[in-house]
Structure formats: C-alpha cells, structure tokens
Ligand binder design. Structure first.
Ligand code: HEC
Length: 138
C-alpha cells in the first residue's frame, strides 16, 4: 500500500515533465501570419550570425543553453533542445524557432518578454531566408 501511494505520487510529479518534451506545436493557421522570407541570397557571417549573436547568444550560446538549446553551432542548433527540433532546414514555416521569434507561440516568445528587443519583420525575413536556403553555418 505504501509503495503504491509512493508510485502514484511520483507519477503525478513526473508526468508533467515527461509530457513537456515536444509539447509545443506550430499552429498551421499561424504560417500565414509569418513575415515573408527575404528574397535575396543570405550570407551566414554577414546577415545571420551578428543577428543571432545580438539577440540569442546570451541565452543560447557558449555560456547558457536555456531550454537545452544552443544556436551558435550547427550540430547543436539543428539537433534542437527540450522541445525537439526547432530549425528545419529548407522549411522556415515549419520551424518552431521562427514562430517563436514571430511571437506566435504563447509564453515562448523569443527573446522572452522584457529580455531583449523583439525581432523586426526584416530580421525575421532574413532568418526565414537563411533556413529556407539550408540553414548553413558558414
Ligand atoms: C534572455 C534569455 C533568452 C534570449 C535572449 C533568447 N531566449 Fe530562447 N529561450 C529562453 C528560455 C528561458 C527558453 C526555455 C523556455 C521554456 O522552456 O519555457 C528558451 C527556449 C527557446 C527555444 C526552444 C528550445 C527548446 O527546444 O525547448 C528556441 C527555439 C529559442 N529559445 C530560440 C531563441 C532565439 C532564436 C533567440 C534569439 C532571437 C532566443 N531564443 C533568445 C531564453 C532566451
């Protein structure tokens, strides 16, 4: 009886944690609300890295990996974090990271509220083009 209650208690405690992984979903209807992808060919070093450095590295770089997500290195960035893959090369509209910077995922807006300037439509357009063009890290 005692063991049983302990089991029930621990399941109740850990179930929410287990459910959390991959919990966040893109809403299909939101794809139409994303700012359009830039049409020019993007260059990682010139167009993308400075933007990520300014807006994301503080929490997803060498020092901190919030949500177990790191965006300064290719392998880590494409692998994703706690919520799974969030950058899908070739498919920016299917990339959770884009919906997060477009502030379409409730409570998962990136950068988080009051923790950095929201990205502009132009910046989001560049990130979309970067992902659409293969999410290259060089
Ligand atoms: C001030 C800190 C901070 C900054 C800056 C920030 N983030 Fe985050 N990010 C977080 C936190 C905290 C989480 C985890 C949120 C949660 O689990 O509720 C997170 C989670 C994420 C995730 C989901 C990772 C996963 O798998 O759970 C992505 C993708 C992401 N951020 C992208 C970005 C991008 C892109 C930028 C830059 C435009 C950015 N973040 C800037 C704090 C930050």
């Amino acid at each position: 009886m005692k063991t049983h209650s302990l089991f029930v208690l621990s399941s109740a405690l850990f179930l929410p944690l287990a459910l959390r992984a991959g919990d966040i979903k893109i809403n299909e209807a939101d794809k139409a609300k994303l700012p359009p992808a830039a049409t020019k060919p993007v260059d990682y070093a010139r167009d993308i890295q400075p933007l990520l450095k300014k807006s994301c590295y503080k929490c997803h770089g060498p020092e901190k990996q919030k949500g177990k997500f790191r965006i300064d290195e290719r392998d880590a960035a494409l692998k994703g974090g706690e919520d799974g893959v969030s950058i899908v090369p070739g498919k920016s509209a299917d990339s959770l990271a884009i919906h997060m910077v477009a502030r379409l995922i409730k409570d998962e807006e990136m950068p988080p509220e009051d923790k950095g300037d929201p990205l502009t439509k132009e910046q989001i357009g560049l990130l979309r083009a970067w992902i659409d063009q293969g999410a290259k890290f060089q």
